[in-house]
Design a protein around this ligand. Structure first.
Ligand code: DHB
Length: 466
């Protein structure tokens, strides 16, 4: 009998899919339990392997033992993210990304993870934080435990995701082997492998939730109208709902207070740019940290100009001879517009997905910041600050308590107002300051999305692996 959680390569399906006229042949190993005591059927993974690796062949210079293992997650909105497959053409599926990775010669592993709506047969919640990251870690442990059995190089695991999934990928990268998750991993019967990974690709991560509200008030200070588009399930069907309002006088006072809290946070981090200059903020919100973001946005605009991409909304943007030469922060962010009210994440009425994320077995939603708890509109409680910290990638970049991935690809759209521009910038800067390999850029005229630059991402992965 096979040991539990041992990969069995004898049960598979063969598939060939044509992408841009090129046939991609692979084997599919589907719906494999990645823990021995699952609590939800979503805790399964799919594995896809280029067919050539079963015949001694190579793809893109990789072999059965040297191929990177690419693990894109499907988490969005901190909801459950089911395992996916290359043939999936659904709008929110990752079929195209998986096929592109197979074409590069990568082994692709797609693991499902619980989210805030997950419940058991007693109708109790089973997917509140930290379930999503425990599941993804258990899946990584399955892969590393199966080193030698599973095709691919378990020392070259590349995780990726977008939005909440981007946050989950960043957390995998920051928190390798962190103690906090050991007990829940043991309870699920996770395989005895490591959960440290090699590289992270994170797109517009909705992370640093302890500071994301404050960052939002700093970015949009003085802008009080907001329009939120959110994806809600109505009769099981995803529907976009639009809500508009403006900050009241009291909220505008709170906004100033939260901006000051963010300025203090930034100045306490002692960040530096590539040349070693301090990145700080003045009490009025200006400063070298903001200038560094503007410079990065300008680089994004210039890269788009070079690539012949349409320059998009030109508010706050000065052009000369068809090129963007300057960006005015206030006009640019005003034109971008607030997409969220105040607080942007820890809603006073507990209505945001992040509140739901921090519920527990019996409680649908809780607060996770001191500010929202003290101004709550509901009879609410606050999640344990240790839990909130444990699912924040930034926590692990303060002390040496985990194995941090050596390589990071961080992208955020220059037209994305779902979280502040500061959030990915902070992650990138903190990592770079600690000596990790970071490739960070905003992407011009791009909203809240991911995977738009796969050829560039894969070139970078190939360089990291070779
Ligand atoms: C995501 C987007 C949000 O605006 C948010 O608040 C949480 C998650 C997402 O894209 O996953």
């Amino acid at each position: 009998m096979q040991a539990p959680l041992r990969f069995d390569e004898s049960t598979y399906e063969k598939a060939t899919t044509t992408v841009a006229g090129e046939a991609i042949a692979y084997r599919s190993f589907k719906q494999i339990d990645y823990v021995s005591r699952p609590v939800d059927p979503i805790q399964r993974l799919n594995i896809f392997v280029p067919e050539a690796y079963f015949n001694g062949g190579q793809v893109n210079g990789y072999t059965r033992v040297s191929a990177p293992i690419f693990m894109p997650n499907t988490i969005g909105g901190y909801r459950p993210g089911p395992s996916d497959f290359p043939e999936n053409v659904a709008r929110y599926g990752q079929g195209a990304t998986m096929l592109a990775a197979l074409k590069q010669g990568y082994v692709v592993v797609s693991a499902g993870a619980r989210g805030w709506t997950s419940r058991d047969s007693n109708n109790e919640f089973t997917g509140k934080a930290p379930a999503f990251i425990v599941d993804l870690k258990a899946a990584v442990r399955y892969v590393t435990y199966n080193a030698g059995w599973l095709p691919g190089d378990p020392n070259h695991i590349v995780v990726s995701g977008t939005g909440a999934g981007g946050a989950a990928a960043a957390l995998l990268g920051a928190s390798g082997e962190a103690d906090f998750f050991e007990t829940p991993l043991q309870e699920l019967g996770a395989a005895p492998g490591t959960d440290a990974v090699f590289a992270v690709a994170t797109y517009c991560p909705i992370m640093d939730l302890e500071h994301a509200d404050d960052a939002y008030e700093w970015q949009f200070h003085g802008i009080s109208d907001w329009t939120q588009r959110s994806l809600k399930l109505v009769d099981e069907q995803p529907q976009i709902t639009v809500q508009s309002s403006h900050l009241s006088g009291e909220e505008q006072r709170w906004s100033s207070e939260r901006q000051q809290a963010f300025i203090a946070y930034i100045n306490g981090l002692k960040l530096r740019d590539d040349q070693g200059h301090d990145l700080t903020l003045n009490l009025n919100g200006t400063g070298s940290f903001r200038e560094a973001i503007v410079a990065d946005l300008l680089s994004a605009a210039q890269a788009a100009g070079v690539a012949g991409q349409a320059l998009g909304n030109s508010a706050g943007v000065t052009t000369k001879d068809g090129h963007i030469v300057a960006i005015d922060w206030y006009r640019y962010t005003a034109a971008l517009g607030r997409q969220k009210g105040l607080p942007a994440f820890d809603a006073l009425d507990l209505s945001h997905p992040e509140n739901q994320l921090f519920g527990n077995r019996l409680m649908p939603a809780r607060h996770f910041t001191e500010f929202a708890q003290s101004h709550t509109l509901e009879a609410a409680s606050r999640a344990d600050p240790d839990l909130v910290a444990a699912i924040n990638p930034m926590t692990y970049l303060k002390t040496t308590q985990s194995q941090v991935a050596p390589h990071w690809w961080i992208r955020h759209g220059a037209a994305d107002a779902e979280t502040a521009f500061a959030i990915p910038k902070l992650l990138a800067t903190r990592l770079a300051n600690q000596g990790y390999d970071v490739n960070f850029a905003y992407r011009w005229a791009t909203k809240h999305e991911g995977d738009y630059d796969l050829p560039d991402l894969f070139n970078w992965v190939n360089q990291c692996c070779r």
